[in-house]
Design a protein around this ligand. Structure first.
Ligand SMILES: *Cc1c(COP(=O)(O)O)cnc(C)c1O
Length: 468
């Protein structure tokens, strides 16, 4: 790092001393990049040397609850606050426990994608989404006043609200909705020279809508526009959009990643570099977007996670691959059962060959490090599905009210099966018209199948449907 002449020789000594630490971290990163997915998920960047030298041999990452870091003297303070040496400083800016989670997510999301990645962890999925989109919606010095972004309409309810109300209504930013994200022609008709970013969620919640990820990235890039992709329901165990050209991935860590259900969190992972024509004084904006966000808007806006939550997420991540395999297989079995049930008129699950998006999902949803390796992995479609109950909405409510082990909650991604009726919960805010456009009738039950024995879940659903 170049040193401002105003810094004295004492500061320089700290900068020199930190080179060893930086080199060690780089070596640890390079070592982990050569490991397989499960090994990265179990160890991340927390090494045996770190455990033995700095942490009394503790085999699990330490939980740093202290708000602030102390420094040895004025020189170290000066070096740290000018970010000339690695430092965490203050938990709103960075935190050592959160740091381990950030690197874990960067490594997993970048796994075998051919790209280097950086990651920022935030307090919630929504704050990760806000942190990802806001830097693109800034006034450009000599650019046009007009700006728009193009987004699939099949979004998590909170994201829909954020775009429709916080961005369009309150800030006057134009959002162009794509009603059928699987249709690349529709995207083509909406992107233009004033488009700041393209936004996709897949598989979407609750619809499991999907798109041709690579075709979308190629199209956006032909306009020098980045793709921001919410891959919460896939997790890096089943799909890593960066491998297909996506620039920025966002996650609600709250869901399948922290399947134990004890913490809220979000993550933003970016490819190095991203495609964008937005001008920014900091070269990191393009070269390492997640680091840019962490360095500037994040510390000013303050969506930092509690280190407690970071540790819960980190701990649940260790078994992500085998867990996503298990819950996907369970969900497949439940979906196949529901398809034959006389009281159900439609089952939407990407794993069902009859589902119209099955062929496109089959191309992208694959269990990492499975089957015969790259190109021949087995397909797994996640644990989110929905089904529609015959008759008036009261029937769906009756069945829903009769579940005995499936929890009624506006939640998903759990190791326990959970169900909700989106029209009266997650998607109640957006109104009838928007729900009609997004095809979310009141007969639709969203089900996220957990790690229970699938036969017990099937029995619970069967007895509930037979109550109608
Ligand atoms: C839950 C969810 C979010 C929002 O995440 P929070 O952690 O609840 O803020 C965003 N996207 C998807 C797909 C989600 O399921």
């Amino acid at each position: 790092m170049s040193l401002d002449p105003q810094h004295g020789p004492g500061v320089q000594r700290y900068v020199d001393a930190s080179r060893k630490l930086i080199a060690e971290r780089e070596a640890a990163l390079a070592r982990m990049r050569r490991m397989k997915f499960d090994t990265i998920a179990v160890h991340g960047l927390y090494s045996m040397e770190e455990a033995l030298v700095q942490n009394q041999g503790a085999i699990i990452e330490p939980l740093y609850l202290a708000t602030s870091q102390a420094y040895r003297d004025a020189d170290e303070l000066e070096a740290a606050l000018a970010y000339l040496v690695p430092t965490w400083c203050y938990t709103r800016i960075a935190n050592p426990t959160t740091y381990y989670l950030e690197w874990m997510m960067a490594l997993l999301e970048g796994y075998r994608t051919g790209s280097d990645t950086s990651c920022l962890v935030t307090a919630s999925g929504m704050s990760a989404i806000m942190s990802a989109v806001d830097p693109f919606l800034v006034k450009q010095k000599d650019g046009p006043e007009q700006m728009n972004f193009v987004s699939s309409i099949q979004l998590y309810g909170g994201t829909f609200q954020h775009f429709a109300v916080r961005k369009m209504k309150e800030r006057g930013v134009e959002c162009r909705w794509v009603l059928h994200p699987e249709d690349i022609e529709e995207w083509k008709s909406k992107i233009d020279g004033e488009t700041r970013f393209v936004y996709m969620e897949a598989p979407s919640n609750p619809h499991q809508s999907f798109c041709d990820v690579k075709a979308l990235a190629d199209l956006a890039h032909s306009w020098e526009v980045p793709v921001i992709f919410d891959a919460t329901c896939a997790t890096p165990a089943l799909m890593r959009p960066i491998a297909h050209g996506v620039d920025i991935v966002v996650h609600s860590l709250t869901k399948s990643i922290t399947s134990g259900g004890l913490a809220i969190g979000g993550a933003l992972i970016s490819r190095k570099p991203i495609v964008t024509k937005i001008k920014n004084d900091d070269p990191r904006f393009k070269e390492s977007f997640a680091e840019y966000v962490k360095f500037w808007p994040y510390r000013d806006n303050g969506p930092s996670p509690s280190p407690f939550n970071a540790l819960f997420a980190l701990n649940d991540l260790r078994t992500l691959r085998s867990k996503m395999d298990l819950v996907s297989r369970n969900c497949q079995k439940v979906a196949e059962f529901l398809q034959t049930h006389p009281r159900v008129y439609q089952v939407d699950y990407l794993g069902l060959p009859s589902y119209h998006l099955h062929p496109i999902a089959k191309k992208y949803m694959k269990l990492v490090d499975s089957g015969d390796g790259p190109g021949n992995e087995v397909n797994r479609y996640g644990h989110l599905m929905s089904f529609r109950v015959e008759g008036p909405p009261a029937n769906a409510r009756k069945a829903f009210d009769s579940f005995k082990i499936i929890y009624r909650a506006t939640d998903l991604g759990r190791i326990k099966s959970v169900a909700t009726i989106p029209a009266i919960s997650t998607h109640s805010q957006q109104g009838e018209e928007a729900r009609r456009m997004a095809d979310i009738p009141p007969q639709l039950i969203r089900l996220c199948v957990g790690g229970e024995d699938p036969d017990d879940i099937i029995a619970d659903i069967d007895q509930a449907l037979n109550k109608i």
